[in-house]
Design a protein around this ligand. Structure first.
Ligand code: FAD
Length: 468
């Protein structure tokens, strides 16, 4: 059977890009449809990414803290991990959040079409679900199809021994040992969970340091902390082969000196990046183009070479982050509505890794700032000198501020330590408001808080923090 409907905006994909764009489009007065092939709304972020991983990380944190409860004068006996309980906790949060997105779609009168979306022409999307095909005509089409985990062709994932993040989240039992390939956010977060769950964990990175996009000082501090948690960190190391046996996988690693070693482990988790979903969605029926990596090409307002077709999120070549997808969704639909929006400044996008200790940053690293020709001044403050960090029992890490010597422009804020991913928000506002480092330094912060450490690091730029 087939039927026809007509909308101002038809969005393909209900991840944090698509569903946020749908809400904003409805707020702007557009009639909106969203097409999703998954059973639930929410996309990678909500079902297989941000949300379930953070639930696992929280279980790991509670487990770890319970083990050390005596340090706080609290007696907790017989602390153990109930992995089935961990899975249930994660599942409950994911389902609640997916229901929340459904509620928001209803509340904003966004029509949800469950099925596979396909662009028939620049103003038509078809939705196929089983034998049913519906045709949606649209003034504008927004592609928010996201991405899937990238395989390594010479040893593709089998879902059992060689796995990706989707599989890792569905494991029904913990392995005794795991090798994680890739020390980006996903790899580091899984390493942080697995190690605290008692899994013998090896983290392998081809580049010279963990979280290679972060400031070098932060990477160094994190590597030290991960090693202290008994994670075997192998940087400058490549995985050459992975051979699956009955009960394990033999992982061959080659280090920077060409030395080979083979590890027998229960699981190999491949976390080397993601691939955009731009093929098979009918882009060829429009003038929209894709680059060599398969990313859809867009202008600053997320518009493709086909004026009625926009693309946002993981399917375009901007950082793989939920908040980027959402921000792009808002800019795209505001542009459709003819609102004078400004393009996104990607230098001001926060990047967060929710491992232990957490890492968060916004703006330029010290190296990037120098590369761009700034005369750089830096300041830093260790959490070991923070009263609040001491109260929390989490004194690892620091805040580092990168500032421009000439005009005192605040260029970057880099944090490793307790609640780093929350602390970074004030730095985002400061950069957005183009504050000078002195203005940040003179902003009164409440005592005792972790946030004082940001102010203290700003003091550091002008000589020395107060509490050092
Ligand atoms: P997606 O979330 O991938 O959503 C795309 C949707 O489109 C999917 O639901 C898909 O089913 C649907 N779709 C695709 N093709 C079609 C079609 N033809 N028809 C209908 N529907 C279709 N980011 C953060 O900011 N913070 C984090 O903590 C974080 N943690 C992560 C942890 C992991 C393990 C992973 C894998 C990712 C994490 N990310 C995190 C990244 C984040 O999940 C993505 O950047 C984000 O989900 C991208 O949003 P999106 O809307 O572009 O795409």
């Amino acid at each position: 059977s087939s039927s026809n409907h007509s909308f101002d905006v038809v969005i393909i994909g209900a991840g944090p890009g698509g569903y946020v764009a749908a809400i904003r489009a409805a707020q702007l007065g557009f009639s909106v449809a969203i097409v999703e092939k998954d059973k639930h709304l929410g996309g990678t972020c909500l079902l297989r990414g941000c949300i379930p991983t953070k639930a696992l990380l929280e279980s790991a944190a509670v487990y770890e803290q319970s083990k050390h409860a005596a340090d706080y004068g609290v007696v907790v006996s017989d602390v153990k991990l109930d992995y089935e309980g961990v899975r249930k906790y994660k599942h409950k949060i994911v389902i609640k959040s997916a229901k929340g997105v459904e509620y928001l779609m209803n509340k904003n009168k966004v029509k949800v079409f469950k099925g596979v979306g396909f662009i028939e022409d620049p103003h038509t999307v078809s939705v196929t679900s089983g034998d049913t095909k519906e045709r949606l005509s649209a003034k504008f089409i927004l592609v928010a199809t996201g991405s899937v985990p990238r395989d390594i062709p010479i040893f593709p994932t089998d879902g059992v021994r060689i796995i990706n993040s989707d599989h890792a989240l569905e494991m029904t039992e913990l392995p005794a040992s795991i090798v994680i390939l890739g020390a980006g956010a996903v790899g580091v977060e899984f390493a942080s969970v697995m190690a605290r769950f008692g899994v013998e964990t090896t983290l392998v990175e081809m580049l010279p340091r963990v979280l290679p996009i972060e400031d070098a000082a932060i990477s160094a501090e994190l590597e030290r902390a991960l090693r202290a948690q008994k994670i075997a960190v192998k940087t400058n190391t490549k995985c050459e082969a992975a051979a699956v046996n009955d009960h394990s996988v033999a992982v061959t690693l080659v280090d920077g000196n060409g030395e080979r070693a083979t590890l027998q482990v229960e699981k190999l988790l491949v976390a080397v990046g993601r691939r955009p979903i731009s093929a098979g969605i009918g882009l060829e029926n429009t003038r929209a183009t894709v680059d060599k990596g398969g990313y859809i090409e867009v202008n600053g307002f997320l518009q493709t070479a086909e004026p009625s077709v926009y693309a946002i999120g993981d399917v375009i070549n901007t950082p793989w982050l939920a908040h980027v997808a959402s921000a792009e969704g808002i800019v795209a639909v505001e542009h459709m509505a003819g609102h004078a929006t400004e393009p996104i400044n990607y230098d001001r996008v926060p990047s967060c890794t929710y491992c232990e200790p957490e890492v968060a940053s916004v703006g330029l690293t010290e190296a990037k700032a120098r590369e761009r020709g700034y005369e750089v001044k830096v300041g830093s403050f260790p959490f070991a000198a923070s009263g609040k960090a001491r109260i929390l029992g989490q004194t690892e890490g620091m805040v580092k501020i990168v500032s421009d010597a000439k005009y005192d422009e605040l260029l970057g804020v880099h944090i490793i330590g307790p609640r780093a991913t929350e602390l970074i928000a004030e730095a985002c506002v400061a950069l957005r408001g183009e504050l000078t480092t002195e203005e940040l330094m003179r902003t009164i912060h409440a005592h005792p808080t972790l946030s004082e450490s940001v102010m203290e690091a700003a003091h550091g730029v002008f000589g020395s923090p107060i509490h050092i």
